[in-house]
Ligand binder design. Structure first.
Ligand SMILES: C[C@@]1(CC(=O)O)c2cc3[nH]c(cc4nc(cc5[nH]c(cc(n2)[C@H]1CCC(=O)O)[C@@](C)(CC(=O)O)[C@@H]5CCC(=O)O)C(CC(=O)O)=C4CCC(=O)O)c(CCC(=O)O)c3CC(=O)O
Ligand SMILES: NC(=O)C1=CN([C@@H]2O[C@H](COP(=O)(O)OP(=O)(O)OC[C@H]3O[C@@H](n4cnc5c(N)ncnc54)[C@H](O)[C@@H]3O)[C@@H](O)[C@H]2O)C=CC1
Length: 322
């Protein structure tokens, strides 16, 4: 069974954490970053937590543990080193339908805490589903080095201009194409090199140049070779993720198809050449980006000349994305 990933808005919402050691501190730090109202109960608090308590960042619940505290909160974290107590708390939370994280028991937890790469407002969360938390952590460390700090600024820039972008590009398909062009263009590079004002000016200028001309259809052919998804190039992957329509030969493995854009329309490619051409013309002719996953064709095989000519006659671009 797969866990359902979600990002929760806990701003101002009560969360109960039981335990005051190193692990509780890590969970509480993340909760405070999310502006949650943290209630903590523990026999003893470590130095950092005592300091946060003094600063008024936490509220401490004293006395014996009272299961009724669970009535007040949205989430519960059991972070003591007392397994039996943690298990009891899981049970109490379950009965009250509170989501609960048990730090020493993945099975009893109804939510897990992922490893997170934070580039606010962008976040990448990694979960091994409890199978290997250290693997999630290792992957996070690798991504920290790969994901530039400027990605947060890029997300914030798009957010600031969201209203204008929607107004200038009212159709979703247009917006998607425009975003792809922008993400591949100068804006991201300018932000990466600290030229924030120039990046914003470039984006604004590009928005003003948007024309309302109908979208030109495009057909991209991807030779899937022997069907090994590991052999696809970055370019092929990117093209698969820009597709509006995904046409696939019957022999193309599901593992290859699974790498394409989730909300692309997926259709099997019929075997007859005339039917194939008709399908390409139908979808690309409506201004959509059609990607054809071909079985048994080597990557980067140029598209057949006759097909290119036929599509060009309908003002449809055709390329091999390998
Ligand atoms: C189920 C889960 C519940 C939960 O949400 O807490 C859980 C459970 C357990 N963790 C254990 C061990 C360690 N966990 C870490 C680290 C992290 N653990 C985190 C999440 C989760 N851990 C959830 C599953 C997430 C997933 O699978 O994707 C991270 C990602 C997020 C976070 O905690 O913030 C954070 C990395 C943050 C980062 O750096 O990016 C380290 C390393 C360290 O502490 O440095 C150690 C080794 C410590 C040691 O053993 O010394 C043990 C065995 C305890 C034992 O054997 O005694 C259990 C119990 C079990 O496996 O059943
Ligand atoms: N999920 C994760 O990421 C990880 C989980 N762990 C597990 O987390 C557990 C806690 O680890 P640490 O924070 O390092 O332990 P710790 O020993 O530093 O802290 C335990 C805390 O729980 C409190 N406590 C114990 N029993 C309590 C009770 N009945 N009521 C209230 N408070 C109580 C103690 O006062 C102390 O503040 C360990 O059992 C360990 O196996 C360890 C590493 C990572």
């Amino acid at each position: 069974m797969a866990l359902y990933p979600l990002f929760a808005n806990l701003s101002g919402r009560e969360v109960l954490v039981v335990g005051g050691g190193e692990v509780a501190t890590r969970k509480i730090e993340a909760l405070l970053d999310a502006d949650a109202h943290v209630l903590v109960h523990a026999h003893a608090l470590d130095d950092t937590l005592s300091q946060w308590l003094q600063q008024g960042r936490l509220q401490r619940l004293y006395g014996d543990f009272d299961p009724d505290w669970l009535e007040r909160v949205w989430l519960v974290v059991a972070a003591t080193d007392d397994r039996a107590f943690n298990a009891r708390l899981a049970d109490e939370a379950q009965r009250r339908r509170r989501l609960v994280n048990i730090v020493d028991d993945a099975e009893l937890s109804s939510f897990h805490v992922p490893a997170v790469v934070a580039r606010a407002p962008l976040q990448v969360a990694i979960s091994s589903g409890g199978a290997a938390p250290m693997l999630a952590r290792r992957l996070r460390e690798q991504l920290e080095a790969q994901l530039d700090d400027s990605l947060g600024k890029l997300a914030a820039l798009f957010a600031r201009h969201r209203g204008t972008i929607r107004a200038r590009l009212p159709q979703l398909a247009q917006r998607r194409q425009w975003f792809d062009t922008m993400l591949d263009g100068a804006v991201a590079e300018l932000l990466r090199t600290g030229q924030d004002a120039a990046a914003e000016a470039t984006l604004v200028a590009a928005l003003h140049q948007v024309t309302q001309a109908p979208l030109r259809g495009r057909v991209s052919l991807i030779g899937c070779d022997d069907g090994d998804p590991g052999r696809l190039t970055l370019r092929a992957l990117r093209t698969m993720n820009q597709a509006d329509v995904l046409l696939y030969d019957a022999e193309v493995a599901a593992t290859v198809q699974a790498l394409a854009r989730r909300d692309a329309e997926r259709l099997p490619m019929p075997p007859a050449p005339a039917a194939r051409q008709a399908l390409l013309l139908l979808h690309a002719g409506a201004g959509r980006h059609v990607v054809w996953l071909q079985a048994g064709v080597a990557l980067r095989t140029p598209p057949p000349v006759a097909l290119v000519a036929e599509l060009a006659a309908h003002d449809i671009a055709c390329d091999a994305a390998g």
